[in-house]
Design a protein around this ligand. Structure first.
Ligand code: ATP
Ligand code: MG
Length: 354
């Protein structure tokens, strides 16, 4: 029997961090044998807000692949795909653009908050049209490519006819957009595409070291999977905690405190975590001890990841070859899906070119 498929991925905009791990990577590693798994490096999507510096993406791609191999994605089992070498995705995108309205795109909550966060453009409006759009809540200086990236993401997923998409909670609106496109496509052109489901990670949204709700490359509040033990200790020492605890004997709040969120996610010693929480609430433990124990737990978690990374880091040519070979393999899946799409749409008036 054919296995169901997984498609998920990351933008190569920097090293992967603990948020990626709990939101998505852990599920990929866990499910790679059960599902036919494709892991996409979304370098074309990384261009949507980095198009002025495409040259830096190549190195980022290698780094992301090293992170994948380090966490235990097995290249003999899962298929790593480089988006820019998979033209079927881009062609699907163009077809799907006709199925989505501008108002649907501007309503996407993730896109909305990312636009605010990244502050596109110079913020001064040139003419009446820009003022009119701004008054409607649409940043007139957002590149069309950025606004349309949820459509491109729908193309990523459906190019593999994936059933399941392991992602962090911030990506849920993207999967919803994909499902809408699939339903619309199938209704118009006949049952062709699989409607995918999101699989949200054990920790839906890991907070940042600065206490903001999401650890994110853009916000620079990350502990990276490739950080050294010393870097982890330093970042943990500087972490945001309960601000009202200026002394160790002041009772503290555990809920919403990122230090405890990380303990919950990465410290397997539940008794130790519960004891720290009790003493924290009672004002009987200093932040220094809570953080020391956290750094130790994080480093114990990261050590095997660092070791696997080092093995692959010493073989850069093999990593490059793996990217090419694996993407070639992926296209044996995306090619037939694109043909089925063209057939369904009857964009096959003259048959197929070889
Ligand atoms: P950028 O700031 O460049 O968008 P990012 O840190 O948000 O980077 P992405 O590459 O956009 O990372 O996310 C890749 C995957 O990791 C997505 O499935 C996303 O939901 C998940 N993810 C990222 N950050 C977190 C987090 N803090 N908690 C849970 N999941 C996360
Ligand atoms: Mg993101």
């Amino acid at each position: 029997m054919n296995k169901k498929r997984i498609l998920t991925g990351d933008r190569p905009t920097g090293p992967l961090h603990l948020g990626h791990y709990v939101g998505s990577l852990a599920n990929r590693v866990k499910l790679q044998h059960e599902y036919e798994t494709y892991v996409l490096i979304a370098d074309v999507q990384a261009l949507t807000d980095n198009f002025e510096h495409p040259e830096m993406l190549g190195e980022n791609v290698r780094e992301v692949v090293l992170d994948y191999l380090a966490v235990g994605i097995d290249p003999d089992v899962a298929t790593i795909v480089l988006q820019s070498m998979t033209p079927e995705i881009h062609e699907l995108s163009i077809y799907y653009m006709n199925l989505v309205t501008l108002s649907r795109l501007t309503r996407n909550p993730t896109v909305k908050s990312e636009i605010t966060q990244k502050s596109f453009g110079k913020g001064e409006f040139d003419d009446e049209e820009e003022h009119r759009l701004a008054a409607l809540g649409v940043n007139p200086q957002v590149p069309v490519g950025f606004l349309a990236y949820p459509i491109h993401q729908a193309a990523d997923i459906t190019a593999f006819n994936a059933h399941l998409v392991p992602v962090g909670a911030d990506q849920a609106p993207m999967i919803e957009q994909t499902r809408e496109i699939v339903r619309k496509f199938n209704a118009l052109y006949g049952e062709t595409l699989v409607e995918p489901a999101a699989l949200i990670g054990a920790v839906e949204r890991l907070p940042g070291t600065d206490g903001s709700p999401k650890m994110s490359k853009t916000l620079g509040n990350c502990i990276d999977l490739k950080d050294t033990a010393g870097e982890v200790e330093k970042k943990v020492r500087g972490m945001y905690t309960d601000p009202k605890r200026i002394r160790a004997d002041i009772p503290g709040t555990v809920e919403g405190n990122p230090v405890f969120a990380y303990h919950d996610a990465f410290n397997p010693n539940v008794d130790e975590v519960n004891d720290l929480k009790d003493r924290y609430r009672a004002g009987k433990v200093g932040d220094v001890e809570v953080k020391k124990k956290l750094a130790a737990a994080l480093n114990a978690f990261l050590d095997p990841i660092r070791e696997r990374r080092a093995v692959w880091e010493a073989r850069p040519k093999d990593v490059d070859e793996l990217i090419l070979e694996s993407t070639r393999r992926a296209r044996r899946t995306t090619g037939p899906v694109l043909e089925a799409v063209r057939d369904a749409m009857k964009v096959n008036y003259f048959g197929h070119l070889d």
